[in-house]
Design a protein. Sequence first.
Lengths: 110, 114
Amino acid sequence: QKEVEQDPGPLSVPEGAIVSLNCTYSNSAFQYFMWYRQYSRKGPELLMYTYSSGNKEDGRFTAQVDKSSKYISLFIRDSQPSDSATYLCAMSKGNTPLVFGKGTRLSVIA
Amino acid sequence: SAVISQKPSRDICQRGTSLTIQCQVDSQVTMMFWYRQQPGQSLTLIATANQGSEATYESGFVIDKFPISRPNLTFSTLTVSNMSPEDSSIYLCSVDPGAGNTIYFGEGSWLTVV
């Protein structure tokens, strides 16, 4: 079993839809959870950062961490065509290299 | 956060040659990382480069193939040596600015080996 599992998609939604992106993980020692957005042929951009369990909201984006289920989510409300990108989850135990999911490719259709 | 500049942004290289990628950060950082992202794949850590010490390589990556320099707290280079088509990839420089267990990436260097 890989340390971090993420459905690669592609996921296609109409503009204005709520998008749910998810990752599961196997290592209960992970404490720090991140979501990165990567546009085609660009470097990943940090979108959300969460420590331990709970929710964090930033504009249209909400990150959720459920450590009991080893499950993290990113919700995008009122999705826009500019949200079309690959979304990568990442996590770490603290002062250790990040472990990345494979990324989910999202297309928001106008 | 940190602003990270990488050069070259992309290049087409001949098999058997070597290419050095430069990474410049706008602030002093202790920890810098080099990642590889092969087509359709996620990010794989090549090595951690801390100033004043030898780079630490991950399993499957060796110094002879990917020599790294870290001369100061704002700059690093990664060389991809004796390239083959399997080295065609995006190479990403990243830094941990010390704000707490997260990292920021440069725009990446897209290498195609022919």
